[in-house]
Design a protein around this ligand. Structure first.
Ligand SMILES: C[S@@+](CC[C@H](N)C(=O)[O-])C[C@H]1O[C@@H](n2cnc3c(N)ncnc32)[C@H](O)[C@@H]1O
Length: 252
């Protein structure tokens, strides 16, 4: 017998404890919708939509779009943008991406804003209840998570990566951004989140991923690690994202 830990679900099932999700601060839907509602009460609607996803609409979106092209998003490819928010990436992409697009988010207001500013009736914007990609198996060329796994528990991020793998074509890529403790500007975010925890403010979490975990997750998921870059690395001429970037591949 090992003391490395116990499997909570198996143990509760063995004890015949009824498994029911408990509503709390980890309820992604209510925390994210509540966060956007608070901003909507404090400022004009469009400003709230842009601030809700962190602002920097004019410069971060083009960097995200350039990163996807840099890593090989085909001009006519199918992109799934998980946690697309109010369209910071979709807006610049909508100008010249000939392929299809599926944007997913928990917050209907953000999706409505994204749909409006992109004006691409051929693109889908859909609400997610918790975690999940409403797409058929093997359809996507690329799945991206910009500043999304930064707000999820590791278990939820891993679950999303499983979903991403399912919907990717063989050879398709996952691009995600993440926060790491070794980066001083990220550590500042951590200290801010400590203050938030002390004040018991129910904002979305800020969660860091240890680089060393990525190959372990990738192996378990049957994915290949293509690239891992620090937040300060300039990968595309449009500038650097600030967050670290990881690219994983579904084997062909
Ligand atoms: C910091 S914003 C980033 C938005 C966008 N990816 C970008 O870079 O402009 C994070 C977004 O992820 C969304 N989000 C958080 N958890 C999610 C989940 N489980 N499923 C889908 N979207 C989620 C939030 O509602 C929010 O719009």
């Amino acid at each position: 017998m090992s003391d490395a830990g116990f499997h909570p679900i198996r143990m509760l099932k063995r004890l015949r404890v009824r498994l029911r999700p408990t509503p709390n601060q980890l309820d992604l839907k209510s925390v994210n919708v509540g966060f956007v509602d608070r901003l909507k009460r404090e400022m004009p609607h469009d400003q709230a939509m842009e601030l809700a996803i962190g602002g920097g609409f004019e410069w971060i979106g083009p960097i995200e779009a350039a990163l996807l092209r840099h890593y090989g998003l085909p001009a006519d490819g199918h992109l799934v943008d998980v946690g697309c928010g109010s369209g910071r990436l979709a807006k610049p992409l909508s100008a010249d991406h000939e392929g299809t697009y599926l944007g997913l988010d928990l917050v209907p207001d953000l999706l409505a804003h994204a749909r409006r500013i992109c004006n691409r009736p051929d693109w889908r914007f859909e609400v997610v209840r918790h975690i999940g990609i409403p797409e058929a198996d093997g359809r996507a060329d690329m799945v991206c998570f910009f500043s999304v796994l930064t707000h999820l528990l590791h278990e939820q991020s891993y679950w999303y990566l499983e979903e991403a793998r399912r919907v990717l074509k063989p050879g398709g890529l996952i691009v995600f951004s993440f926060l790491e403790f070794s980066e001083p500007s990220h550590f500042e975010i951590f200290l801010g989140t400590v203050e938030q925890a002390k004040a018991r403010i129910a904002n979305p979490l800020n969660v860091f991923i240890d680089r060393a975990a990525i190959p372990i997750w990738a192996k378990s998921l049957g994915l290949e690690v293509v690239d891992i870059r620090a937040g300060g690395d300039v990968i595309v001429p449009e500038g650097n994202l600030g967050q670290a970037v990881c690219v994983l591949k579904k084997p062909a």
